[in-house]
Design a binder for this molecule. Structure first.
Ligand code: KG4
Length: 356
């Protein structure tokens, strides 16, 4: 039996009972991660190897360093995920992998690895869009959560407002026109002298002030009012910090962090509510690394309460990149018949509602 025949036979067997133990692998940015997830909802094990110390001295992710570190880590991380789950590769029914979007050299590592594991086991390979994975992290935390809902996906590389009509049927309603929210946090943090990645230290600094000191811009995209923009805000913070430095004037860093976060939140939260109104959704789901932000979480909670919407925000451990979220979405992609062949490629960019 060749690979295609064996994967097809395995698919038929799994589809008959609807259960699947999925090995999921993620390497799209600076975390090498693997997880074993059962039926899209239960995390049996999850292992994350962070590269942050390797990139911190450069103030951001260095793509070539990231790719090399993924090559070194992917095998031990997958081994550890299996070990923690008390399983061997023979217990794996299917392999899910992030194939887009991300740093191309980095994404390629998990894609190549996943292909070889799937091939050697003769099991199906499931390509998963990274942002779909972030949204699916919520299925792991909230057993009662089911589509349809409105998702606000805010990470280091993407900022999207998505109508999640079904597990694999999604439509982008709004997106950033330039920088992602997380990227903006990282750049603003850098000018405030905070370490990379800057989101968490910015959050901690912002909580030390009530703000109201700095008047920062809010962007509006003519004719596309659910779209967002963060580059003007980023430039405003950079200019404020540099001007203060050049003039030798004091900078209230905590107030600036607070006012900056308020500006980001003002860009995101009202648009998410408006998008939910427009598509008639009463449930809003947050996802991605920036969803860890305490101020944005509080603003979302208040706005949803006012609107009468139910809000789901993943626990902090599921906000950042991890393999479990890829296993969760992978299960639903699998049920929808999504398969990758041995010619599966990695992609640096891809819309999450792109139809192949
Ligand atoms: O989702 P993620 O781990 O990676 C991507 O898929 O991009 O997101 C990483 C981003 C970084 O920009 C990081 O600074 C930001 O999430 N982040 C935060 C917080 N924690 C992480 N941003 C704001 N507040 C936080 N508490």
């Amino acid at each position: 039996m060749n690979y295609e025949q064996s994967a097809k036979a395995q698919t038929e067997r799994l589809m008959a009972d609807g259960h699947a133990t999925i090995l999921a692998i993620e390497s799209s940015c600076d975390e090498t991660a693997a997880a074993i997830v059962r039926d899209g909802r239960q995390v049996i094990s999850s292992v994350i190897s962070s590269q942050i110390p390797l990139h911190a001295m450069y103030g951001g992710v260095v793509p070539e360093i990231a790719s090399r570190a993924h090559v070194e880590s992917v095998d031990p991380v997958v081994d550890e995920a299996l070990k923690k789950a008390g399983m061997t590769l023979s217990d794996v029914d299917a392999v899910a992998v992030t194939y887009a979007p991300g740093l191309i050299g980095a994404v390629l590592v998990a894609v190549s690895f996943a292909k070889s594991v799937a091939y050697s086991l003769g099991v199906p390979l499931i390509p998963v869009h990274h942002i779909r994975g972030h949204i699916a992290a919520n299925y792991l935390a909230f057993p009662d959560l089911e589509p349809p809902f409105l998702a606000l996906a805010i990470s280091g590389g993407n900022t999207l407002i998505v109508d999640v009509k079904d597990y694999t049927d999604m439509e982008i309603l709004g997106a950033t026109r330039d920088d992602a929210a997380g990227e903006c946090f990282d750049k603003a943090a850098r000018v405030l002298g905070l370490p990379y990645p800057g989101g968490k230290p910015m959050d901690e600094l912002a909580r030390q002030s009530q703000g109201g000191v700095y008047d920062l811009p809010r962007a509006h995209v003519d004719g596309a009012d659910l779209d967002m923009s963060f580059s003007g805000l980023k430039t405003a913070v950079v200019n404020l910090a540099h001007n203060a430095q050049q003039k030798g004037e004091p900078l209230d860093r905590a107030a600036l962090a607070r006012d900056f976060t308020r500006a980001v939140s003002d860009e995101l939260v009202p648009r998410a509510i408006e998008a939910a109104r427009r598509c008639g959704r009463r449930t809003i789901v947050a996802a991605g690394g920036v969803a860890a932000n305490s101020i944005i979480r509080a603003d979302l909670k208040a706005a949803c309460e006012k609107e009468g919407c139910t809000l789901y925000v993943p626990p902090l451990r599921l906000c950042g990149d991890n393999g479990a979220m890829i296993g969760a979405q992978g299960y639903y992609e699998y049920l929808a018949g999504r398969r990758g062949g041995l010619d599966l490629n990695a992609y640096a960019t891809m819309d999450l509602d792109e139809k192949e």
